[in-house]
Design a protein around this ligand. Sequence first.
Ligand SMILES: Cc1cc2nc3c(=O)[nH]c(=O)nc-3n(C[C@H](O)[C@H](O)[C@H](O)COP(=O)(O)OP(=O)(O)OC[C@H]3O[C@@H](n4cnc5c(N)ncnc54)[C@H](O)[C@@H]3O)c2cc1C
Length: 350
Amino acid sequence: MKDYLVVGFGLAGLAFTSILERNGKSFDIIDNNNNINTHRVVGGMYNPIILKRFTPAWKADEMWHKSIQTYQWFEKKFNTTYVYPFQIYRILQSSEEQNNWSVASDKVVMRDYMNPTIKMENYKGIKAPFGFGALDKVGRVDGEQILSDYKKELSTKELFNQENFTYDDIFMRNDTVEYHGQQYKHIVFSEGSNIVHNPYFNYLPMKEAKGEMLVIEIPDLSFTKAIKSSCFMVPLGQQKYIVGATYNWEDKSYELTLNGKSELEKKLQSFLKVPYTILDYKAGIRPTVLDRRPLLGQHPKHDKLWVLNGLGTRGIIYAPALAELLYDAIENETELDNELNINRFNTLLN
Ligand SMILES: Cc1cc2nc3c(=O)[nH]c(=O)nc-3n(C[C@H](O)[C@H](O)[C@H](O)COP(=O)(O)OP(=O)(O)OC[C@H]3O[C@@H](n4cnc5c(N)ncnc54)[C@H](O)[C@@H]3O)c2cc1C
């Protein structure tokens, strides 16, 4: 018998697996992402502030303080760098926006992040006549690289199975749950937006938000900060940048669209005045929940089945902190906060 089967190895599955390893638990992973036909997109930015409204995102500051420890654990484990702090420079569009920035930066909750001084700096190729508002303590985690490095190690140890999970093959036993002849104490589902195909948890109100992004190269621009205008432009180093992302609540496909591409290029060209080349183009689906809160907890009828989902637009910040909360709930029977607990949707279960 093993302790856990983890289904889905995105940011949520990765974070949960790292806790299992640190606690000496036995486990297997199942994930169907093959990196060729990929629909898992990891933009990687961590930013606890909603820059549209100048307000903190829900519990993001608190969660990030917990979560960064997991990324640092991976840095130590693989002796490499995954966390890249930088500033975000928000392009201000008018003197009114300059004023709004100054007012917001004076709020107690924002002082740690928003720099009160408007930056009137000139950068060749970036149009910003009203200057920039600078946001500190933000950056990027190279989630794709952690996933790839960890997957390699887990595969070598024969703990990683690259396959589709077959829901019909679960059998509930007295003290365990059986899958393909192996007994587990618990199954944790961390399938992202694909939870809509999970017959045990598809009653939960997932509201998928498709997003597309570009990876571009700008030979004439070596900028180390992220730019926020009508879209983000995030530095990857060596004149490469991520440009993103779109939001589409109707299209549930993982296809790249011409509309998405042209929307991003239009937004990019509103502030970028030097040539660029598109190197890559990605589409994914954000696992967003109707009430914009995560989905954590135990199935109301099958006590060996658990879920870790609903990371929405901020998987980097939330995944490790939420994985810890779920692990504590399973192993130490700690209560999950009502805002996170899937039991808030019990009335939706037939
Ligand atoms: C364009 C875009 C840009 C983004 N940028 C950022 C950003 O900058 N910062 C940030 O924090 N967040 C960002 N996000 C959001 C972030 O990507 C998500 O919050 C995060 O990926 C969710 O992680 P997850 O592990 O829950 O799901 P996923 O990443 O979707 O991982 C789920 C995994 O489970 C596997 N799976 C699902 N079903 C099965 C099955 N039946 N059998 C086997 N395997 C299965 C999938 O293949 C996948 O590998 C962005 C999202 C998009 C789309």
